[in-house]
Design a protein around this ligand. Sequence first.
Ligand SMILES: [Zn+2]
Length: 369
Amino acid sequence: MKCCIECFKDREIRDRFKSFNEKGNCDFCGAHNKKVLDLDARNSQEINDQNLAIDFENLIEQFTNDSNTNFVNKRHMLSDYLEKHTSIFSDSVSSEKILQFLKYLLPQQYNENPDIFDQPVIPAYLLNKDKLEREGIFYGKTWKDFKHDIQHNNRFHSTMVNDKILADFFEDCSIFLKDKKRLYRARISDDGEPLKSQNMWSAPFGSASSGRLNASGIGYLYLSEDIMVCLQEIKASVNDICTVATFEIETDDLKVVDLGQISNISIFTTPSLSRYLMNYDVFQDIDSAMIETSQKNKSEIEFAPTEFMSDLIKSTGADGIMYKSTLDTSINDIVLFDGAESTNSKIHQLDSEIKTYRITKSSYEKDLL
Ligand SMILES: [Zn+2]
């Protein structure tokens, strides 16, 4: 049986496959002519060199068949759990295939303890309340609990967030944008006249309205990799006069937290497997909340949870946040915390590239409710 690079979403595992020599067809996800690993070659140098079996053995040790009745709703088959509550395997690999993969990779463990593979399990951290409270992003509570607390109980001093653990996860998602990378910002002109370049930076101090990532009064610079996406995002309609400014990064040192990486954090490179497992569902909730399309007329209270996350990222020293545009997921949007021309020396505007357009056509698509 051969598994291949395409079986895995986990970036650490994918990196290991890149160094493999053999190419072939995969018995698990069905891909053709990919880098493969032959699981039948039990003593294969590659399996040993790449620690694949050791990593999955350690992973399986995080689960137990303990029948504690407090966790009846949390009991799953191991392969179902790994499919739904980790980002290790690609979507094209079913739970049945995951089970088959584990049995092939770890024949000795299967012989010694078949129940872990074939009977419902729970993650062992559930039995360790102290650990959960120490290492859980919300000390064992959920995003929903946090959202309720910050919206209705304690806006500015929420005690529900384990800042250190969350900052570590954001650090894992950090990247540096490339020198000379160009980004765009569009604005609709109120009076039909082209906007001047100095008005294309963030809203002046005190005049910014609240958004998903910034509280009112705090102006951040919202940029996009693509001009058309920019125009769509400001909801420009036919006959609107819009000015588009071009910005260029002038350093290799502009650091952003790439929210697209939240779901792709490798379990095998996190500080501990259990910490990843206990926080996985929280990452997913943070990820979806941060990229959610903003609805019209959203009240400020709705933005409080994501503004809190944005502030926490800012406090770690990052320059901004990168996330996929909801209008075109192949395009990244970037928000920079320092959006003022006078203070942000990591980016400049190309005055010669500022352009003003009249919108001549816009298109809509609809879903029946
Ligand atoms: Zn495959």
